[in-house]
Design a protein around this ligand. Structure first.
Ligand SMILES: NC(=O)c1ccc[n+]([C@@H]2O[C@H](COP(=O)([O-])OP(=O)(O)OC[C@H]3O[C@@H](n4cnc5c(N)ncnc54)[C@H](O)[C@@H]3O)[C@@H](O)[C@H]2O)c1
Length: 371
């Protein structure tokens, strides 16, 4: 049982850079989250994680060399899956079978079919499944969404986005994090970073991406590397807004520009792992420039969010199957606007107050087509 009946007991699966370097400080400081177990085959990563947990006052965190042991641990209520993308699907299925609530890193899977199977596994087991799109809870993201919802730049007429990072130096092929250069492991910028732009544009505009075409090329990747390093795509939303996006492993950039009939909004750094971002909006007499922070607060929000959502207060003293049954009623697999339930943690604009829009256009949704 948790020390405090209001606390969710977390197991972290994969102690790589996102789990430990970025999310762990948030997890360790979230009020209703407690780290109880970790899993990673790399001993130094486990040692580092245990050390950080100790510094935060946690002395009895269990450490496993693989995920199976962690999933079998009945003290773990919820798992945070931070494995290379190609391993998400199998881990989510096993976690679901073990009746764990699941927070899984982005992208959820490597294909729509794989993601559908993961959602089915969670539904079948009656456990919640949520993708860890932290950025959406960050101040830069929220503020951009607010400005667009307030119609500050008028009707949005075009979106231009570039989210890229230099991958070869921090994550060379064959080294830790080097799975990014392997298609089978979910590598390549299309899976690794396009997802940010796709969901970011979708949520900031409160719209869906209806058509998209893309091509992939290679610029700097070594010849024997089995993936591309650059993706270029065009899209059109269901509301008719056109745009382009670029993601590459060859340079650092993180900006989305929304052009409108009255002005433009530049959103810098909202997906970046750096701690802050910048918003710049100019439209007629309206000028807004804001330097906003988002990182640790965002992780803490996400962990508190999942934790609050699960509301374990009512679960103390119940058997594992009863806890799982109750979890099912407290958490949804569809999460985009789950944050509105936590007004004290996250302030989102009212989902129902739609900004005025231009004329609607009807488009036939199409799959991504690579040339
Ligand atoms: N939300 C974000 O901002 C963000 C940022 C970076 C990465 N990610 C996502 O997080 C995931 C992990 O990325 P990363 O950068 O931390 O990768 P990483 O390579 O740094 O970490 C992966 C870790 O998993 C461990 N691992 C591998 N197989 C395992 C197994 N069977 N059981 C337990 N541990 C195992 C590895 O030893 C490694 O420590 C990816 O899906 C990535 O797309 C999300």
């Amino acid at each position: 049982m948790p020390d405090c009946e209001n606390v969710i007991r977390w197991g972290v699966v994969g102690c790589g850079q996102i789990a430990v370097d970025k999310s762990l400080p948030g997890l360790l400081s979230a009020k209703r989250a407690k780290l109880v177990a970790i899993a990673d085959p790399l001993e130094p990563r486990c040692a580092l994680t245990l050390d950080l947990a100790k510094q935060a006052g946690l002395k009895s965190v269990r450490s496993y060399a693989d995920a199976a042991g962690l999933f079998a641990n009945a003290d773990v209520d919820s798992v945070y899956i931070c494995l290379p993308t190609g391993q998400h699907a199998a881990a989510v299925s096993t976690a679901a079978e073990s009746k764990k609530a699941i927070l899984c890193e982005k992208p959820l899977g490597r294909s729509a079919a794989e993601v559908c199977r993961m959602i089915q596994a969670a539904k079948h087991a009656g456990v919640p499944l949520m993708t860890a799109y932290m950025s959406r809870f960050g101040d830069v993201f929220q503020e951009a969404k607010r400005l667009l919802a307030e119609n500050r730049i008028g009707q949005v007429t075009f979106v231009s986005a570039n989210f890229s990072y230099t991958c070869l130096v921090p994550y060379p092929p064959g080294k830790p994090g080097g799975w990014r250069w392997t298609d089978a492991e979910g590598g390549g910028p299309c899976l690794d970073i396009d997802v940010y732009l796709a969901f970011g544009i979708r949520e900031m505009l409160d719209d869906r991406i209806a058509r998209v075409g893309a091509c992939q090329v290679n610029t700097i990747a070594p010849k024997d590397v089995p993936t591309h390093d650059t993706t270029m795509a065009w899209f059109q939303t269901a509301e008719g807004v056109p745009g382009t996006f670029v993601t590459t492993f060859s340079h650092n950039e993180c900006v989305i520009t929304f052009y409108g009939t009255e002005g433009r909004l530049d959103v810098h750094g909202c997906f970046s792992q750096k701690p802050g971002g910048r918003l710049e909006c100019h439209a007629g007499n309206f000028h807004y420039i804001g330097d906003l922070s988002h990182w640790n607060r965002t992780c803490r929000r996400l962990m508190s969010l999942s934790t609050t959502r699960l509301r374990f207060r009512t679960f103390a003293g119940f058997s594992p199957s009863e806890r799982a049954r109750r979890l099912k009623t407290r958490f949804h697999t569809e999460t985009p606007y789950v944050a509105v339930h936590f007004g004290d943690h996250v302030h989102l604009p009212d989902r129902n107050s739609h900004r005025p829009r231009g004329p609607r256009h009807a488009f036939t949704p199409a799959n991504v087509s690579f040339e």
